[in-house]
Design a protein around this ligand. Sequence first.
Ligand code: 2AM
Length: 479
Amino acid sequence: MSKSDFGLIGLAVMGQNLVLNVESRGFQVSVFNRTTATTDEFIAAHPDKKLVGAHTLEDFVQSLATPRKIQIMVKSSAVADTDRDAVDAVIEQLIPLLDQGDIIIDGGNSYYKATERRDAYLAEKGLRFIGAGVSGGEEGARKGPAIMPGGPTSTWEVMKPIFESIAATAEGEPCVTHIGTGGAGHYVKMIHNGIEYGDMQLICEAYNIFKHAGFTPAELGQIFTDWNNGDLESYLIQITAEIFKQNDPETGKALVDLILDTAGQKGTGKWTILNAVENTVVISTINAAVEARILSSMKDKRVAASAELQGPTASITGEKAALVKKVHDALFASKIISYAQGLDLIKTMGAEKNWGLDLGKIAAIWRGGCIIRARFLNDITDAYRSNPELSNLMLAPFFTKLLNEFQQNWREVVSLATLNGIPVPAFSASLGYYDSYRAAVLPANLLQAQRDFFGAHTYERTDKPRGQFFHTNWPDVIG
Ligand code: 2AM
């Protein structure tokens, strides 16, 4: 039998779908899974496909053409760069079987620091490594995901034909690009997930306002369908419209109303926040989204507190269409802020790491395949293509115009929600960022006075050149 073009280890759903995707583009694919019965079932289910199932890693490796291209799709659980997980276990088993120049691709959701460690470790052994973020869920894996590969340019060049053929396309361009060296691919996938958290929470806040204003699931389904036909068009808005239309077969009620309000998370949002703190970058919208999930998970505490802590009874009246427009503007404006923050973090980290990131290319590959795909990513792509040095997305002329147009309704929505006791942590965090960023003067003069008072940290003066520091002998309050 001829040697395979590509090999994949780990036949869970994502792995299986990626294999079928690669095979459908004309490549012969070898597969291996720790539990061999899964391999047999998979091969048996696809008798007409160019697949080779191996029961041992030795046979698997031998079935591949060199340089071998082996993608690992096993559960990654490393939360620190020192943690060893299933990806490391598979890598260790592969090393003695491979030849110099063979390529291992980790296509799981690995922590970028673990990717950097593996990259350096495998380079020492003469093996090549790509840490690739893959987004798009199970369907994306089968039909075309967005792929965010990081590693040496020369290794990317070898993988490019396969990656480009399996990726989604947007505006005729494949949704894959060489993100950068080292852990850049998994890093950018991590921030993608943080942004995804933000998008989802913002949609939930819009929903919560509408729910308190008495909108039915059917009305919500229509609003989100309409939004998906306009400037908010995106995968997450689209699936939200579908969710509102779904009835529970057992009770006939809207399914969304029967789903318990406690959200889970796998950790990429948390990693994003930790990284933002390390880089001194504000990502308040994503923070709010991660924290909203944490608060949601404290169901019992919330139920207990709801009987003790008072707030207004929500009463939102008025014309529904006007509210829909206002919430649209608040959602869109907050979404712009969320992306501005996430991209600021990517830019800062990329410069720190010397990854050679191109924000225009990153935004471009997010336009298709991935969970955050959205029409407005075209505008983000254009913004960075026309000005790669853009200091903040808010200051791209297209987005400045939108924010100026939306800001009044955005304020009204945050005020309305707040007066009605409806939590809008991500809407308001976004607005707080906007108002802080555009404030020529902030109250940090008082903060500096406080710091100088208790710690003699000194301050600069508005009436003296920058760089001159002053200290005041403040009164003694201890006595
Ligand atoms: P399994 O079918 O043998 O459990 C998702 O869990 C995928 O990762 C599955 O294909 C699973 O294989 C694989 N996996 C998890 N831990 C693994 C390990 N330590 N070694 C190899 N494969 C592993």
